[in-house]
Design a protein around this ligand. Structure first.
Ligand SMILES: [Zn+2]
Length: 218
């Protein structure tokens, strides 16, 4: 009789099916999600865009990030008590309020105390100056936050794995700097693709690159 693969590697088929079953169960309960790493950026309001670029200025979308959300050609300088960042990218579409998202390292470099907030929550946001170096226009806004780490999920993904909007999960990344992030907020919307947003500090802490996968732990 021809030896089978199972014989060759001394695999017991009964045991094998058990291993596969466990792996599948683990995957179903703890799905993987792709990491997207965001550098510091600004969501800008109509009023502030007018003040910096001129009345009625239209942003120039360059690269789609999430469906309908774009990184734009336009950049500004951001200035704090201690430091200054050139070429901070503006995002489209415009929002109700200007929001600067930075990492914790950025907040030290700028010399501001930016709170860790859910995107959209500007309570206790740090004050920075925003400049358009092209024309010298300058505004000052309490708008700087460190975005709470979060995952954008489509309705399908959330439904398939029994996850819901505003749920808090952990996410585990493997590798030489294996790390598990706690307090990860799920944001579910029909407008989202499935991705976990990390800032550069978080990504570097885990040696995580764009497109790496982490496992959601409920
Ligand atoms: Zn996000």
């Amino acid at each position: 009789m021809m030896p089978t693969v199972a014989d060759k590697y001394e695999i017991n088929p009964d045991k094998l099916s058990e291993v596969i079953k466990r792996a599948v169960e683990k995957y179903v309960r703890n799905p993987y999600v792709m990491a997207e790493i965001s550098n510091r950026h600004i969501h800008i309001s109509r009023v502030d865009l007018d003040a910096l670029f001129g009345e009625g200025y239209e942003l120039t979308p360059m690269k789609e990030l999430l469906p309908g959300q774009y990184a734009c050609d336009e950049t500004v300088a951001v200035v704090g008590r201690k430091g200054r960042f050139e070429r901070v990218r503006l995002l489209a579409p415009i929002r109700g309020k200007t929001q600067l998202e930075i990492s914790m390292t950025d907040s030290f470099l700028l010399g501001v105390e930016a709170p860790v907030n859910i995107s959209g929550d500007l309570r206790s946001a740090a004050t920075v100056a925003i400049e358009n170096p092209q024309n010298g226009a300058k505004i000052e806004r309490a708008c700087a936050i460190v975005a709470l780490r979060h995952i954008h999920l489509s309705l399908e993904f959330a439904k398939r794995y029994g996850l819901r909007d505003q749920q808090v999960v952990a996410v585990e990344f493997e590798g030489p700097r294996a790390v598990t992030f706690g307090n990860v907020l799920l944001r579910v919307s029909k407008d989202f693709t499935d991705e976990m947003h990390l800032d550069i500090d978080e990504a570097n802490a885990g040696g995580i690159k764009n497109g790496d996968y982490g496992r959601i732990i409920v």
